[in-house]
Design a protein around this ligand. Structure first.
Ligand code: SF4
Ligand code: SF4
Length: 352
């Protein structure tokens, strides 16, 4: 993979991005903000050696995309970062965290290196329909870490004829976002989607959503769980809850895919919503994306702690729709007050 000099040279070094980059806010180094990272890419194109500092500069970006939204020159930074990582990975240059994560995925088909049954969360639930228009793509996090959320999502979706892939693999997001080739996983999932006859793929993970949209055949309609729930809200028989919650916009649903209103519609159908200080396109990143949680845990948690400061006073919980955001915000101190939108809907539907 080669560096795209034309795209790199869009950056006019104005420095606008310095005021929004959540990593720069924590670290303060020029190499830890957008402009600095782009200068590092230019350096690589000019023969700069990819030492540990270069790797840290490129790999500490969460690909949150807030810099892109604030760039007057239209630099697409997440794409640039991913291709710069790919440029180095294709030469065998990567961090230990990148090597470990890719090994886990290539060996086990999931981000954790788990050997256990991926759909063990199904337990007594009836297994799969062989043919369906709709597939629920669960993702690694909910398959192995938030299995109750996976089960609740399936319970809500299967009333609409939704089925699962018989042997779902990681969607490929962690590989693609950190510079690796994910064709083997993508092809394995696509083969099953076609066998089922699926035309619509529904996912409750923001990272999977971006990948299914961007890296899978365009013939599939990709729908996030918040969109699906908003579309079917009147059929869910939800009871109002005496709660006030706030909503954290995951970068990969919000800025990357402009899904802002549907999760709010679902929340407001069951309880009160109080907005976070920065929200929608201005939402601060949770710090977990782009491989930063696995490669730079402390930095990732610092960003999550800062995000938690945006939570308004007096809310009962923080709702979001991305298991990676849930994990990072919980680990940063919010604990069980962070829940998935599906968990909220399940309470209102009397399923919990
Ligand atoms: S805002 Fe855009 S043009 Fe300005 S320094 Fe940042 S990336 Fe470059
Ligand atoms: S995508 Fe986010 S973390 Fe990466 S350089 Fe831009 S603002 Fe910083």
């Amino acid at each position: 993979m080669s560096l795209d000099l034309r795209a790199i040279n869009r950056c006019v070094r104005c420095g606008n991005c310095r005021s929004v980059c959540p990593v720069f806010e924590e670290l303060g180094w020029e190499s830890a903000n957008t402009r600095g990272r782009i200068m590092v890419m230019r350096g690589l194109a000019d023969g700069l050696k990819a030492d540990a500092d270069v790797l840290d500069s490129l790999n500490s970006c969460t690909t949150c995309g807030i810099c892109t939204d604030n760039c007057p020159a239209g630099a697409n930074v997440p794409d640039l970062i991913e291709s710069a990582r790919g440029h180095l990975v294709s030469q065998g240059i990567m961090t230990g965290a990148q090597e470990r994560l890719s090994r886990y995925i290539f060996e086990s088909g999931n981000t954790f290196g788990e050997q256990n049954e991926r759909a063990a969360w199904l337990r007594g639930r009836s297994r799969l329909k062989e043919k369906s228009d709709f597939v629920y793509f669960v993702g690694c996090m909910n398959s192995y870490r938030y299995t109750e959320t996976a089960a609740r999502t399936y319970d809500l979706l299967r009333c609409f004829g939704v089925t699962l892939l018989p042997e779902e693999q990681c969607c490929g997001s962690p590989l693609l976002r950190t510079g690796f080739d994910a064709r083997k996983l993508v092809n394995a999932n696509v083969r099953q989607m076609k066998q089922i006859g699926a035309r619509t793929i529904i996912t409750g993970c923001a990272g999977c959503y971006t990948t299914l949209k961007k890296n899978y055949p365009a013939s599939f309609r990709v729908v996030s769980v918040p969109e699906f729930l908003a579309e079917h809200i009147s059929e869910l028989n939800l009871k109002p809850l005496d709660l006030t919650v706030t909503y954290h916009d995951p970068c990969h649903l919000g800025r990357h895919n402009k899904i802002y209103e549907q999760p709010r519609q679902v929340i407001e159908a069951v309880c009160k919503l109080a907005e976070m200080k920065d929200n929608r396109q201005n939402a601060r990143c949770c710090g977990g994306g782009g491989g930063v949680r696995s490669g730079y845990r402390d930095l990732s948690l610092r960003m999550a702690r800062r995000r938690l400061k945006d939570v308004p006073e007096g809310v009962n919980c923080i709702v979001t729709s991305c298991p990676l955001c849930i994990r990072n915000l919980r680990d940063a101190g919010a604990g069980s007050s962070v829940i998935d939108l599906v968990d909220l809907v399940s309470i209102a539907a009397g399923q919990r």
